[in-house]
Every structure is written in C-alpha cells, then in structure tokens.
Design a protein around this ligand. Structure first.
Ligand code: HEC
Ligand code: HEC
Length: 342
C-alpha cells in the first residue's frame, strides 16, 4: 500500500515536472519556426533578415504585453490588441490610448500579417518591422518617443538580461526592439479554424454552413479572397462616410481623389471575436454587416457581385463566417502574456 502511494507520488511529480516544461514560458527553436500552412501563398515577410530565435521572440512577446512602451506605463500593445479577441479590441468601436484619448479607427485583429504588403486601414505603413513606431509615438495611442523607450529598457535589469541571452551582449537599440516585435506579431498565424479543417477534408459542415460557404464564394470572395479572406486591396464597400470623423482612408495616403473613402479589405478570420466591425467599428453584429451589404449592393457597381441577399442567405453566410474562428490561435500559449505563464 505504502509502496503504491510512493509510486503514485513519484509518477505525479514527474507528470507535473513534464507539464511544467512544455507549458512554461521558454520556447524551442521549433516553436518559433515559420510554418507556412497548406494552401497558403508564400508570405511577403519571410523573416530572412530577422531570423526567428526563441530568445528574440520572447523579447518581442514581453514588449507586446508591457506598458513600458507608453509614456505613463498605462497602455501596452495588448491593451488594444487583446489575445482573446484575436488581438483586436472587443466591444470598442474606436481605439483607446494614453490619457483616455480616443483614436479615430477601430483596432484591427493581428493575424496572418506576413501576407500583407501594407498595414493599417489605409495602407499607410508598408513594413511590418517599422509598424510599431506608429502606436508608440501616436499621441492618442502610447504617446511615447523611441529614445525614451530605449532608455527605459536599458534601465531594466530584466530586459538587459533578456537581450544578453538573445544576442550575447546588452546592446538595446531600436532595430532590436522592432525586429523582436515583428517576430511576435509575424508568427500570429491563423490557419486552424473549422473552415481550414473542412477544406482539408478533416471536418464536416452542416448544410447551412455549406450553403453559407457557397454563397460567400459567389458573393463575397471577389474582395475577401480565400484562404486569407482578403485580396489586400482598398475598396469602397458602400459605407456612408462618418461626418464627424471624415476619414478619407486610402485617399489620405495616396492623395488620389479616386481613393477617397476606400479602406483595406479586412481578412475575415476570427470575425466572431473581433466585433465591432468596419474601420470605425460602426456595426456591432454580423447581422448588421449583412444588412448593410443587402441594402448597399443595390446599384453599387463595386458590390454588384453580391446581388440580392435573402434573410436565409444572410443567416447561412453568418453560419459560415462563424467557422472561421480559430481557437488554436487564441489558446496558443506561445502568444500568451509571459507574466501569466508559469
Ligand atoms: C491605443 C490602441 C493601440 C495600441 C496601444 C496599439 N495599437 Fe496597433 N492598432 C491600433 C489601431 C486603431 C490600428 C489601425 C490603425 C489605422 O488603421 O490607422 C492598429 C494597427 C496595427 C497593426 C496593423 C494591422 C493590419 O492588419 O494592418 C499592427 C501590426 C499593430 N497595430 C501592432 C501593434 C503593436 C505591435 C503595438 C504595440 C507596440 C500596437 N499595435 C499598439 C490600435 C492600437
Ligand atoms: C467590393 C469589395 C467587397 C465585397 C464584394 C465584400 N466586402 Fe466585406 N469588406 C470590404 C471592405 C473594403 C471592408 C472594410 C470597409 C471599411 O471598414 O471601411 C469590408 C468589411 C467587411 C466586414 C467587417 C470586417 C471587420 O474586421 O471589421 C465583414 C464581416 C465583411 N466585410 C463581410 C463581407 C461579406 C459577408 C460579403 C459578401 C456578402 C462581403 N463582405 C463582400 C470589401 C468587400
């Protein structure tokens, strides 16, 4: 009896120790290797000049969750890009930054970024590595300067230790900061939804979901192209401009009148989790989005492919959109706040 008890304790201790190593905050090279999902195109950002390493990725991950990047240590990247919302900001139509300042746009989800050549709703940024300069220095987001951030990191023994481990020396500069963040954001890949499994023949769809996919392919995929659910173009999908924000979108970046009020076609993965919708978060529910398309498709040449949408069509399309939720990404411990993974 006693021997069995001792054996049980030994087995349990081993199990806990093992669980500790696989779930712990330390990652292996394999954990941070880029694996291009089946059926996905070659990415635009390849990590060629920013080779992924567990220690560098971990710096990026810590920075992402650290309010040290903001001027008063009140806002981190994660304040706006929440993990359980596929790194969008749930239930906030416009972004919220330091000093309770409200931004002018809805926070997009962060996923499959390495397949994008341009970022932001208007494509105003064209490099994943320099992208964080924008939120760090934007007065309505983090309101900080890069030199200040570098000085704060240099003053932190924890960051000095992490940089030493990653690079062999304690040099902390903007290049290392930005590259580490790009390793974290670039590896946020969503390719494990029920839709992906269905396409790979590993899951089944209900008849409603099947009908939704068929309708989607006919009516929506001209802009929301599979498998990323965007063709990375800028379009006007018929939204009435908000007169207070008067956001000209792409037109502001290119200066072309023809681009006014065009916005980046968002990828629709994890759409269930990333409400509210559109560049200004004007729609709370997917039903509102479908009602918009049903209404605006009439007489709009850009939206001609949509055609009439019956109540059943709308429901079927929504049922299909819900198959794009990817719990594997949301629950992936590699992307969790390192302060909470023990
Ligand atoms: C105050 C809220 C806020 C904070 C803090 C914030 N972001 Fe964002 N982020 C946004 C908004 C809003 C946009 C869209 C901006 C636009 O279109 O003009 C965005 C866009 C992005 C994009 C482009 C996504 C795409 O698909 O085009 C990336 C990448 C990103 N943020 C990463 C980060 C990182 C990394 C940090 C931390 C250094 C960060 N963000 C901090 C609100 C925030
Ligand atoms: C002409 C191109 C085009 C077509 C066709 C189109 N969309 Fe869109 N879609 C867009 C653009 C552009 C946006 C972003 C608009 C904005 O925010 O100003 C968008 C936004 C969305 C959003 C909100 C995404 C988010 O993250 O906020 C959803 C959901 C959506 N579309 C679903 C659909 C469905 C379903 C169909 C088919 C019935 C469809 N779209 C057809 C271009 C298109």
């Amino acid at each position: 009896m006693k021997a069995r008890l001792v054996l049980m304790v030994v087995v349990l201790t081993c199990l806990f120790a093992f669980a500790g190593t696989i779930s712990g905050p330390y990652l292996s090279r394999n954990d941070v290797r880029l694996k291009i999902p089946n059926g996905f195109p070659l990415p635009d950002y390849t990590f060629k000049s920013n080779k992924t390493e567990p220690e560098i990725f971990m710096i990026g991950r810590k920075l992402f969750y650290d309010p040290i990047l903001s001027k008063d240590s009140s806002v981190s990247c994660e304040s706006c890009h929440q993990r359980y919302a596929a790194f969008a900001h749930i239930d906030h139509s416009l972004s919220h930054g330091v000093d309770s300042k409200i931004g002018t746009r809805n926070v997009p989800s962060l996923q499959n970024l390495i397949w994008k050549k341009t970022f932001m709703w208007d494509g105003g940024v064209n490099n994943l590595e320099v992208q964080p300069l924008n939120p760090i220095t934007n007065p309505a987001e983090m309101g900080e300067t890069l030199p200040n951030v570098i000085n704060k990191l240099k003053a932190s023994s924890e960051y000095r230790r992490m940089f030493k481990k990653a690079y062999g020396d304690t040099l902390i500069n903007s290049e290392r900061l930005l590259k580490s963040l790009a390793q974290f954001t670039g590896l946020l890949i969503s390719a494990s939804s029920r839709y992906d499994k269905y396409v790979a023949g590993k899951d089944t769809f209900s008849s409603q979901e099947k009908s939704g996919l068929e309708l989607f392919r006919k009516k929506c995929s001209g802009c929301h192209r599979e498998p990323l659910f965007t063709d990375n173009s800028y379009r006007d999908n018929g939204l009435m401009p908000d007169t207070t924000l008067n956001d000209k979108g792409r037109g502001k970046v290119t200066g072309l009148v023809n681009d006014d009020y065009k916005f980046q076609v968002p990828g629709l993965r994890n759409i269930e989790l990333t409400f509210p919708y559109m560049h200004d978060g004007r729609f709370k529910k997917l039903k509102d989005v479908l009602n918009h398309y049903a209404e605006k498709a009439k007489g709009n040449t850009e939206l001609a492919q949509i055609g009439p949408l019956s109540e059943k069509d709308k429901k079927d399309i929504i049922a299909f959109l819900l198959t794009l939720t990817d719990r594997d990404l949301i629950n992936d411990r590699r992307f969790a706040n390192p302060a909470f993974i023990k």
